[in-house]
Design a protein around this ligand. Sequence first.
Ligand code: UDP
Ligand code: MG
Length: 340
Amino acid sequence: MSSSSGVPARRPALSVIIPVYNERKALQAFFDAALPIIEEVSRRRLDGSFEILFIDDGSADGTGDLLLERGRTDPRIKLVRFSRNFGKEAALAAGFRYCAGDIVIPMDVDLQDPPHLIDRMVEGWLDGADVVNCVRVSREHDSWSKRLTARLFYSLYNWLADPPIKPNTGDFRLLDRDVVDALNRLPEGSRFTKGLYSWVGYSSVDVTYERPPRSGGETKWSYRRLAELALDGIISASTKPLRVWSYIGALFGLIAIAYGAFVTVRTLIFGNEVAGYPSVIVAVLFMGGLNLMSLGILGEYIGRISQQVRARPLYVVRDALGVDVIDVPTPRRRRFAGKG
Ligand code: UDP
Ligand code: MG
């Protein structure tokens, strides 16, 4: 790894990666609360070196410029700026790719991931764990509908997918460099990072905490986006939703054969009195519904296959500060270096 000046940079012990999307209002509170803690933990438990790598996920409120300003005076603050909003999962992927630390902690900027936990997380790592999960013990600041849908999602996911994911554990966790390297080797197009963490494995310990409300600004996750993420997660982790249709199809085939035999025998014995219109309609509608649903699920998989075949990158980097981003076009990099 080398900085843009060409001087090889020393590798920091700790990387904190922070996806941000229109978070100008939350930045100052983050720096006030988290920076002193990160400094202190890194000095006391590690060798004192760290980087805070922000991924600006296409903010339109000046978040990126603010970070740029900060990064120019403080080389520990680094920035990768996307050309538009690509979503948090893509931002995390970029964070994992461009961070340099031996320990990596992805974290939200809104202080819902309490920075004081970093101390215990690093302690867990020093004690030998490759992953330290932060598990929420209460969701009392979430609405009941969010709690319910979260619960439903975790049970559905873990029923369908293998390996299971830990309920109530977000992206806020500590990852050893080996784990990050393993994550970086996964070529998936549609990324559900929580599923990837559990897929790569490694030894882990848990730290529990109460999730506080947002420090400022507002959540970027509508129910629609959450539902999309949930679907992405399940479909990228399991093929059971496809297989279940073979079973359902087989079951209905058997029922149809049995019923067919019954009708034939009955007609032979009692003759045909042309009845049964309601049952025919019910059967037709029911089978039609099942067919459409199974087609829909097939479509979900095919959509993702075509996405993967197109093999577009997960994100486009517009510019960067403090990291060597190879996929930024050269003129841009030069212009940027000139400005700094
Ligand atoms: N975020 C992002 N891109 C997006 C949506 C969110 O980078 O498209 C970032 C956001 O700026 C924040 C983190 O992801 O730092 C978590 O988002 P948020 O707090 O809105 O989610 P919640 O805590 O409500 O689940
Ligand atoms: Mg939040």
